[in-house]
Design a protein around this ligand. Sequence first.
Ligand SMILES: Cc1ncc(COP(=O)(O)O)c(C=O)c1O
Length: 410
Amino acid sequence: MNQLIASIPAYLSKQISDVVSSDPTAINLSIGEPYFRPPTLLYQNFSQLPISMGRDFDSIPHKYAESRGSLTLRREIALWYKRNYGADISPEENVLITHGACEAIWLSILTLTSIGDEVIIADPSYMLYETAVKMLGRIPVKIPTSPENGFCLTVEQIEDATTENTKMILINSPENPTGAVYSGQTIKGIHELAKKYGIQFVHDEVYDTFVFNGQHENVFRHQTEADSASVLINGFSKKFSMMGWRLGWTVGSKEYINNATKVHTNLTLNLGSFHQDCAATILNHESIDDYLRDHVKIIENNGKILKSALRKESGFMLSEVTPKGAFFLFPEISELYAAMPEKYKESKTKGEGVAQYLLHEHKVAVVPGMIYGKAGNDYIRVVAAVEEDKVNEAARRFIEISNFIGEPAL
Ligand SMILES: Cc1ncc(COP(=O)(O)O)c(C=O)c1O
């Protein structure tokens, strides 16, 4: 057994979610999955496919397919960047379809770095980053972010952490778990820094359509073509609630896509070929901007309800400036920890203790912040992408905590 892999814990938020799904009175705010359904258009188009009609057996694709993914889908992805950012990218040269954004994250590390290289990531950040970097024998360099900076890394912090071994900066904006959104100025600053030091700037933008005020920023706000210093990672899971379709993509220079395709082909040969063209039909459809706008409004509103319930009187501390995007709230919970019953204080971190307390005493499932990095030890992650009645009930339960704990002891 590879001891490194054996030492890495299993996917915790999934485990919590599995426990909670067996209790109908519990509210699950632990899994980063939107409650809403994919666009109706997807179903309409899917029902036209020969495979779902159970007919026309000969037209069901059954051979190995194009490794880079369907050209129809790649064209739509190029159009997505043209339509939203005015970018000119080539569907043939700059786009690779991946098994979710997850695969694109692995591809970036495998293709752009070598064993022993350093990869800069934010602490806290999406747990897959550190896990993948470690599993591949690269070194994660985690820079703590803070509520004061809206949980964003600054260009200065990144420059200070850059050494001759640094080969990649991996950021996520809008961010899981903090709800941080990087400004255009910082994105440009990181990109310039990457060019200055000859390192790669990889931006996971899977929550791109969930920005509450203002617009999503990526490198295509300041340049029109893919360049050799930056890579984007994106996908269908979050914006269209298509997690199970496992469709993601990555955009980069011709050289990057050629090399990432070698890794992708050796790993997978090709993705499933039944569903890609169907997904392609929704990406730039005239109805899609309304669909996306409606959902970001709902999530923003859910976030506001939860934010006003995660109050100081109940032992939560939430940064004024977050969340700015994505699906998550990331309150600090030291005061709640100090005031809650002793029996929940045996865990390694305060966040774990509070997550246990909330689950057992108030039937609300959340994820302890430590799984996103040490800087998250005193935090919990609360998911806002759930149905309205669950948001309201969870808010009621969070407010009610003040009656149980009285005056916080800190
Ligand atoms: C920041 C981030 N990137 C990537 C993913 C995985 O996305 P996909 O379903 O496209 O693999 C997630 C899922 O939670 C995520 O939060």
